[in-house]
Design a protein around this ligand. Structure first.
Ligand SMILES: [Zn+2]
Length: 152
């Protein structure tokens, strides 16, 4: 590497010097003619917002003992499995599987059962990470996003 001003061979690192508005690689002597530039500093890019990976985890979880809760509530009402199936527009086989614990109802079905039997088989999961996610996404949200969130 040679000095861009005097052409002298530079030993080691050239000195980046701003002379007449342009940065040049010069020798120690020529660096006096301009303003020495700091050695390459890392560009201070604003850090990208770290978003936790979107989790498809449901916010609700069906209680472990859902089958007993459903069966007991149904029996208390004096309904047969057929009665219950009719009321929630499901097949009796679905009720059979739910009450035997072989099939855990999905959220939609669980909600129907909760309403018709006046029971609680859904447990809200305290998902702090998704709360954080909501909070951080709100910060960078556009007005349109906020309007959409408010609508919920
Ligand atoms: Zn020079």
């Amino acid at each position: 590497m040679r000095c861009e001003i005097c052409g002298k061979k530079i030993m080691g690192q050239p000195i980046k010097t701003k002379i007449d508005g342009s940065v040049m690689n010069v020798c120690n002597d020529c660096s006096k003619f301009g303003k020495i530039q700091r050695q390459p500093t890392r560009p201070t890019k604003p850090r990208a917002i770290q978003r936790p990976p979107r989790r498809e985890k449901p916010t609700y979880e069906v209680l472990e003992e859902y089958n007993n809760i459903v069966r007991e509530a149904r029996e208390k009402k004096g309904w047969s499995r057929e009665n219950l199936a009719e009321k929630i527009y499901e097949k009796v086989s679905v009720i059979n599987r739910i009450e035997s614990g072989r099939m855990s109802p999905d959220i939609k079905l669980a909600r129907k059962l909760e309403r018709i039997l006046n029971i609680t088989i859904l447990e809200k999961l305290e998902d702090t990470q998704s709360e954080e996610f909501k909070a951080s996404s709100l910060k960078g949200a556009t007005i349109g996003d906020i309007a959409r969130i408010k609508k919920k």
